[in-house]
Design a protein around this ligand. Structure first.
Ligand SMILES: [Zn+2]
Ligand SMILES: [Zn+2]
Length: 137
């Protein structure tokens, strides 16, 4: 699939023309041009796929094949973003990060379960819980 940069025409195969450069006999230069306006400013079309249903897209400036897919896709994307945000703010995720930090600091390799069962009780009895408040910027 090709398209013409001049007139925007889409076509499967470009037309071949022979440019004689003013000479009356061959060899002529073979050029591929737009079948519509005969411009050689043509380009092979890059196809992308609908983010929602995976259909092949004919336009490069859209992520979806149809308005319905766009609405559905955008909704799914928003839901996914919301879910991810919620996850990163969840106490569980904070604890997971805590385990990672602990392992890094102490050169250990505790799993989340081990950390909760072994390390956390020790930390709680050993020293006061961190009360550092989060600063608002
Ligand atoms: Zn054209
Ligand atoms: Zn689609």
């Amino acid at each position: 699939m090709f398209y013409c940069k001049i007139c925007g025409y889409n076509f499967e195969q470009p037309s071949a023309v022979y440019e004689n450069h003013g000479f009356l006999s061959p060899p002529y230069e073979k050029l591929y041009v737009c079948p519509n306006c005969k411009s050689d400013c043509i380009s092979e079309r890059f196809f992308s796929h609908c983010r929602c249903c995976g259909a092949r897209l004919t336009t490069e400036d859209s992520e979806y094949c149809s308005e319905a897919c766009k609405i559905r896709g955008e909704r799914l994307r928003r839901l996914e973003e919301k879910r991810r945000r919620r996850f990163s703010e969840s106490p569980l995720n904070m604890l997971v990060r805590e385990v990672e930090e602990y392992n890094l600091k102490n050169n250990t390799n505790y799993s989340y379960g081990q950390y909760v069962a072994i390390i956390l009780p020790k930390l709680k009895t050993g020293k006061k819980k961190c009360t550092k408040k989060r600063k608002h910027i």
